[in-house]
Design a protein around this ligand. Sequence first.
Ligand code: AGP
Length: 614
Amino acid sequence: MCGIVGYIGYRDAFPIIIKGLQRLEYRGYDSAGIALFDGKDINLAKTKGKVEDLKNKASEISQKGSLGVGHTRWATHGVPNDVNSHPHYSNSGDLVIIHNGIIENYESIKKELSKRGYIFSSDTDTEVLVNLIEEVKKTEDVMLGKAVQLALNQVVGAYAIAVFDKRKPDEIVVAKLGSPLAIGIGEDEFFIASDASPFIEFTNNAVYLEDEEMAIIRLGKEIKLRKIKDDSVAYPRILELQMNLEEIEKGGYEHFMLKEIYEQPRAIKDTYRGRLHADQGLIRMAGIDQNLEKFTNANRIIIVACGTSWHAGLVAEYIFEDLARISVEVEYASEFRYRNPVITDKDVLIAISQSGETADTLAAIKLAKEKGAFVFGVCNVVGSTIARETDAGAYTHAGPEIGVASTKAFTTQITVLTLIALKLAKAKGVFSETKYHEYLTELETIPAKVERALESNPLIEIIANVYKDSTNCLYLGRGYNFPVALEGALKLKEISYIHAEGYPAAEMKHGPIALIDEHMPVFVIATKKGHYEKVVSNIQEIKSRKGKIIAIVTEGDEQVRDLADHVIEVPETLESLTPLLTTIPLQLLSYHIAVMRDCNVDQPRNLAKSVTVE
Ligand code: AGP
């Protein structure tokens, strides 16, 4: 997720764009840039770092002009540095673009443009796109709007773009597919942004482009909306916004955590975008493809992580051993780094970290590298320390996770790890074509199934109200859902401050069942796939001791419904994919309980988003 801002009108564009970028920094903050047209030339400044750094850098350029674009980046292609920052020029220097999204087929387009003499100064997909537009404009001899429309029909991926031509400075062209783009409509001025926060103080009249729509914004004229596919006319729906600034940054949600819980369908899709090709029976992951033998010949895979990422690692242990038949052990990074572990050059170490800055995980990586292991990173922050320290890796593309409690990081980490396990299962020949195809196809249904799981939110809020004053809670799961039980307990602990423990359901009889009485809520994951009957008997054991049972069940389950005090349904899926669904109600449950207890949901006490110290 990046933040884009544009302005065309009668005011000075610079302060509007800079302030707009500051309001969008929650969408991405590893680099920033601005381009202004001063009536004669385009003046552009961009830098690694935050918008504050851009303001310093921009002191070196003219800040004049009433036409401009700005960008705050969340890197997907190309590490965060000055040259990869946006905006990007076309080769002629006439066009300038900013872009939020991912162009999946940029490499093939780049190859073709290079053959035609184009040169590229950055590693980004965005610089390819602006030169594709330039090439189309030249070869078809068309206006900018038409060139954008034709070029985008050659592009696969997601985008929200704004582009202008210095030779026609009364016009900006914007287009949208998969990433948000709002147009603020003022008196003789227009604003462009990823959300309304950059322009809400100037106008509350806005048009939100729909997917596959573009707009030609010309001063003194009505905006012209077009369908990208066939250039047909579309009609702008002007909204009168009622939201305040804070509500806009949170996308209308009360907290970033809730926004990020609801972003999971899109985040999971972005994670497998360009990697999962179920129709072709393919999974493309450069970091794995280039190191396949290291994985398939490895003695074992060691997974190191902390907190929620460690729980994702536990899910991966079940997936890798069950599907790819590769031995896996999962370690707390903080323990691993000090216990003098046996590590050889036949080991592969996978480090999982949302922030890519967790000190214990980084130390574990360094230890493993010293002992000759191949180290692979699964991170969310492009160019983070862990991402740069590992031998190879795969990003989760979840977008910035602002809430301290990890939610979309967990489900996107599991998505990446599932893709890797499926690739290895195929490479090792332990999967038939049919079974492989079944998994790839089912994985593509997960975003829609997460949407369905989110629909239980009103019921979950009611259940949260029943248990918000509990002092202790138990979370139980078996198999793939044992790590989900741990994760659910961690969510509740860290944002509502209620003590909670996750356990393998079968472990109850080895002690914890002594805790069960009418004051103990027990959250049990009892989906149809995986040891269902055994979990049902665990539920009966709890019921016979008057424990309160809140069960996460597969849609249509009647048996557990008769036993539990409350049931929350999730759609059916393959057993190894159930964690992607069963975690959703537990995230929502901890969120609502924390809100009802007036806790600081996004910044819980004593916690930091990234633990960069031991
Ligand atoms: C989880 O909700 C917490 N925010 C915390 O446990 C977190 O998962 C842990 O600190 C690891 O962070 P990382 O993924 O950035 O390495």
